[in-house]
Design a protein around this ligand. Structure first.
Ligand code: SF4
Length: 487
């Protein structure tokens, strides 16, 4: 068997499975397998190191970490901006001869240096490195188990600090990411940066006796940092999640299949143009400007025709009550219950073990939209067939995500903006009913109109949020009148 990517996932042969399976789990792998696309993760392990690109985010992140590691290894008084720049320059002088020959070009070299400095310089706004008590840099946490799971991790910097009257260790991690997750995102998607620190705290507590009193994440591009709570209770919760991620990993290894998970990130996946799952969704656009997206690959086979879970059910199967010879329940069971397709977990976890979490915010959205589609068909006496339910569900979802994308830059059903817009759409549909029985161009006009109304209502809400003085505008109110019909 050759490793094959289907709509369901990446099915691995024995040799490839050996490359993908982990003997120990890191915080980032746990996150990738439980929250992101496991098939994409597995493919990354098969491709290994690609041609070095000095401007890739991972390369620049590695460069920042190398500079900061060397800086914090210096005697305290020498940890200055100037020394950091000198460290980078001497690394670049070496890299242009081995890792990144592109840096021999003087313009490329200057751009690279400017980029990397831009990504670490915020550290000097967060703290004065000369005032920090560094216990270790790149402390290796290996050969230990957390929650019974073999763990691997390296703590960027471990400091000794005094806080709230206690002295102890503070594991610190440097992040060069573009965005700092805000409170809402942390609540919705979980706190993977904080979880990483809590796993470090658990690891440090295992291998040494000094108390670990807090953790810290430095967003070095932005000059911002945040303290991470490492109470025994919080750490135990994170370790529990980590153990669950290990079970999920082992389940995938047992099945020799790493499931696909489509979403906006598909646009940056090298498989986006080949992946049957992504190609079947609206997330099928290459957003890498063909930088990394593959047109073909020898590493794996692609099977777009592998049977999907819905195989065997005619798209035009009527699911209306009263269909001769087939009950509604039978039809729906054939449609979605070929196997258990939903998992159950906390609402901020959209996907669990490769399955949609039925308790997630996103599932509420998906079910809400498909219910609304069903309701509209019934209200307008349209026969309820699978093809009609799907078409109506898709058009409603497209309207919501189109407006959502403009408002928050996301199309995720897991987000609060999506929930708000589904409510707005329901209101709009009261005054702009779907044109059942009309031609495609009438539907096109309806979609534009409905999207426009949804966007207008959302814009009014956003304007309201930005208004300090909320008082009735009587003059404007007095100038508003109903449209008069011409006789
Ligand atoms: S394109 Fe999307 S679904 Fe397919 S492997 Fe990549 S991230 Fe996963």
């Amino acid at each position: 068997m050759v490793s094959t990517l289907t709509r369901q996932g990446l099915h691995l042969d024995a040799a490839d499975l050996g490359k993908v399976r982990r003997s120990a789990l890191s915080a980032s792998t746990a996150r990738a397998l439980t929250h992101n696309c496991a098939a994409g993760y597995a493919f990354g392990k098969l491709t290994g190191e690609t041609a070095p690109d000095p401007f890739a985010a991972t390369t620049q992140g590695t460069a920042v970490h190398a500079v900061l590691e060397e800086l914090y290894n210096l005697p305290a008084g020498k940890r200055t901006r100037r020394r950091a720049a000198n460290i980078l320059l001497s690394m670049v002088a070496q890299w242009r001869h081995d890792k990144y020959p592109q840096l021999n070009d003087p313009v490329t070299r200057q751009l690279f240096i400017a980029d990397v400095i831009g990504k670490y310089q915020g550290i000097f706004e967060i703290e004065d490195p000369r005032d920090t008590d560094v216990v270790a840099t790149e402390w290796p946490l290996a050969g230990i188990e957390l929650g019974g799971v073999p763990f691997i991790g390296y703590v960027d910097v471990t400091q000794r600090v005094t806080a709230r009257g206690r002295t102890g260790l503070r594991p610190v991690d440097h992040k060069t990411s573009n965005r700092i997750p805000d409170k809402r995102k942390l609540e919705l998607y979980g706190d993977d940066h904080g979880d990483q620190i809590r796993l470090y705290a658990a690891g440090l507590r295992k291998i040494q006796d000094e108390p670990v009193i807090e953790g810290r994440i430095n967003y070095t591009r932005h000059g911002k940092s945040r303290i991470v709570a490492v109470s025994v209770k919080r750490v135990a919760q994170t370790v529990g999640e980590f153990a669950r991620a290990w079970d999920i990993h082992n389940g995938m290894v047992e099945q020799a299949m790493f499931p696909t998970k489509t979403g906006p990130l598909c646009g940056w996946c090298p498989l986006v143009q080949l992946c049957p799952a992504a190609q079947a969704t609206k997330f099928n656009t290459d957003r890498t400007d063909s930088q990394t997206a593959l047109c073909a690959t020898d590493l794996i086979a692609i099977d777009p025709a592998a049977p999907s879970r819905e195989a065997g059910v005619s798209p035009t199967s009527t699911v209306s009550p009263g269909e001769p010879g087939k009950s509604t329940n039978q039809a729906w069971e054939g449609l979605i219950m070929a196997e258990h397709v939903l998992a159950e977990d906390k609402p901020w976890e959209e996907i669990v073990g490769g399955k949609l979490n039925g308790a997630s915010y996103a599932a509420t959205g998906y079910f809400g939209i498909s219910s609304l589609a069903y309701e509209l068909l019934g209200r307008h006496d349209v026969p309820i067939q699978r093809i009609a339910v799907d078409a109506m569900t898709n058009v409603l979802a497209a309207i919501v995500t189109d407006v959502q994308d403009g408002l928050s830059g996301s199309t995720s059903f897991q987000e609060g903006t999506n929930t708000r817009l589904r409510g707005v759409l329901r209101t709009v549909l009261e005054s702009v009913p779907p044109p059942f029985g009309e031609d495609a161009s009438t539907w096109e006009t309806w979609i534009k109109m409905t999207t426009g109304h949804t966007r207008s209502i959302a814009a009014a809400a956003v304007r309201l949020a930005g208004t300090d003085d909320i008082t009735p505008d009587l003059d404007t109110l007095a100038s508003i009148a109903p449209l008069r019909k011409k006789d």
